[in-house]
Write a protein that binds this ligand. Structure first.
Ligand SMILES: Cc1ncc(COP(=O)(O)O)c(C=O)c1O
Length: 442
């Protein structure tokens, strides 16, 4: 036992925190102990306004009564049921509720526990679908530079964020990447969808010519790239990708882990942009972030392609111990009820222009080199401090937290995504605080 850490209840060493500057955090911890609606409360008793819906997930705000009650009730009634070869009613009820809000013709859902698992599930479905149809030569997966698709091996292989990939060896083979769509020269300070860059979708044609389209199973993109620092798709870009995929028989996957469940004012970005992919991945807002759960939606012909062979045989060899977990299902149903009863998706449309004005009002703040927005998403890009990339934004994050506003930073970009219940006064507070801290961090 001599080499064990001397653990006391307040010892922070044992927990290796994810995507965190562990040493910095543990010197000066930022701890939340409770939350309600738009606010967290810190261990010191300070209120912090949530400018990021947690991690883009608490779309209905914190500790909402319907969701809390549903979880409590379900935990006391049926805590767990095996997910394989057995069922429970709530998972089926939720599936029906979900396919009511998906684009037409996507009437089937496969449950996971996270966005990363949704992505890997979607990639596996895509490859297996082609094989089920007798087209096993389609195995390649095409992602995009700066894409974020979670942290599992499939997701980091098709993803394009260098620091998430470079430590992990060869990743999946048979993967290629399209260029990202960030064109600062042409599109800086654009309100909503940028004018320039739809032609970047044609890079997919180049990749098709290189590998031959008959080897490509699927293309995966975030309709709005979030984790890389909010890249809004250029006007017409997604439709162009759709057309090229159709032309070559390639499946199009939208990773809607952050855009799903109302972030743009429609249930999914697919409906917002009027472009229907073949597969949608989701998680986060599905349960309001309260219980881990993800969902992958597929077009009917994809699902149906698997439904053959002897009826006693498993059709798709994939799934998780917690797929469709009863408590997660109950939380998701109550979340959908909350979104519907409070008209939260529609609310985004009502407040989006106020949000847009607020984000772009920061265009003249110190060191701001771009502002961008869509729905209830906003980004403020800062010039990096020479030789110290990410430091300016990280300092802004720490200072904003100290002043009572939670923002998120990635690289030197501040990314904002408040709960959909955000009020104008909250938006004012977020923007005023950011302006103040940008004046201070130099
Ligand atoms: C587009 C996208 N895909 C996948 C993920 C991964 O989700 P999770 O962290 O739940 O695994 C995220 C998380 O931010 C995301 O933004």
């Amino acid at each position: 036992m001599s080499n064990r850490l001397n653990a006391t209840p307040n010892d922070l060493r044992a927990f290796w925190m994810p995507f965190t500057a562990n040493r910095q955090f543990k010197q000066n911890p930022r701890m939340f102990v409770s939350a309600k609606d738009m606010h967290f409360k810190t261990a010191e008793g300070r209120e912090v306004l949530d400018g990021t819906a947690g991690l883009w997930c608490v779309n209905a705000g914190h500790c909402r009564p319907l969701i809390t009650e549903a979880i409590q009730k379900q935990a006391a009634e049926l805590d767990y049921a095996p997910a394989f070869q057995m069922g429970h009613p709530k998972a089926f009820e939720l599936a029906n509720r979900l396919v009511d809000i998906t684009p037409e013709g996507m009437d089937h859902v496969f449950y996971t526990n996270s966005g990363s698992e949704s992505v890997d599930t979607a990639l596996k479905i895509a490859i297996a679908y082609h094989r089920a149809k007798g087209d096993g030569s389609r195995f390649r997966l095409i992602g995009r530079e700066r894409g974020y698709h979670g942290v599992n091996f499939g997701g980091i292989s098709v993803g394009g964020i260098v620091s998430n990939r470079k430590m992990f060896g060869t990743l999946l083979t048979g993967v290629d990447h399209m260029p990202h769509t960030h064109l600062p020269q042409e599109n800086s300070f654009t309100r909503g969808e940028p004018e320039h860059g739809a032609n970047l979708a044609d890079e997919l044609e180049r990749i098709c010519a290189l590998h031959d389209p008959s080897t490509i199973a699927a293309v995966i993109v975030e309709p709005v790239a979030g984790s890389t620092g909010v890249l809004i798709p250029p006007k017409g870009y997604l439709q162009r990708l759709r057309n090229i995929c159709d032309k070559h028989g390639i499946l199009l996957i939208f990773d809607e882990v952050i855009t799903g469940y109302g972030r743009l004012g429609a249930p999914f970005a697919a409906q917002y942009f009027g472009v229907t992919p073949d597969i949608i991945t989701s998680a986060k807002g599905l349960t309001n972030g309260v219980i881990p759960m993800g969902a992958v939606f597929v077009k009917n012909e994809i699902h149906d392609a698997f439904m053959n062979g002897p009826e006693h045989m498993i059709e798709f060899f994939h799934g998780y111990t917690y797929s469709g977990n009863p408590i997660a299902s109950a939380a998701a149903i109550a979340t959908l009820d909350t979104y519907r009863d409070e008209g939260l998706f529609e609310r985004v449309g009502d407040i989006a222009s106020y949000w847009e004005d607020a984000i772009h009002s920061l265009a003249d703040a110190p060191n701001v080199i771009d502002t961008r927005n869509l729905g209830l998403i906003g980004a403020i890009e800062l010039a990096p401090i020479e030789g110290q990339p990410t430091k300016r934004a990280f300092s802004a994050f720490v200072r904003a937290y100290e002043k009572g506003v939670l923002i998120r930073t990635t690289g030197d970009i501040i990314a904002l995504s408040p709960p959909l219940i955000v009020e104008k006064a909250h938006i004012d507070q977020i923007v005023e605080t950011i302006r103040e801290v940008l004046g201070e961090v130099g």
